[in-house]
Design a protein around this ligand. Structure first.
Ligand code: HEC
Length: 90
């Protein structure tokens, strides 16, 4: 019985510890991708991907937040994508 409890505790630490270590970590795969690349991979999944210059910078911020939820992207990914989309307006 004691052995079983010990195993459960070890497994619980392993699971929670594992999540704590990797949960907020931006994978190097995503970190290495450019905004243009992330845009190409994500923004045409549900509709034609709107290109840089199609909206102004204020709109891109709102669209970014909206599509972060729709596309289930991370903040880092969306920030990179909106930065790329805004580049045509500068
Ligand atoms: C999971 C599907 C999905 C993905 C992926 C997606 N969109 Fe959308 N998008 C939608 C839907 C659905 C709408 C229509 C508005 C609504 O109902 O939310 C929309 C609407 C839009 C609009 C119209 C304006 C607005 O905010 O409603 C723009 C611009 C847009 N998307 C840009 C993007 C960009 C940029 C990306 C990549 C980051 C993206 N979308 C990825 C589903 C998606």
């Amino acid at each position: 019985m004691k052995k079983l409890i010990t195993y459960i505790v070890i497994i619980a630490i392993f699971i929670t510890g594992g999540t704590a270590l990797t949960g907020c970590y931006v994978s190097s795969k995503v970190a290495n991708k450019s905004g243009a690349q992330l845009w190409g991979e994500n923004c045409n999944r549900c509709h034609n991907a709107p290109g840089p210059g199609e909206f102004n910078n204020d709109n891109w911020d709102i669209i970014g937040t909206h599509m972060q939820i729709r596309a289930n992207l991370t903040k880092t990914e969306v920030d990179k994508i909106t930065e790329f989309l805004k580049s045509a307006n500068n």
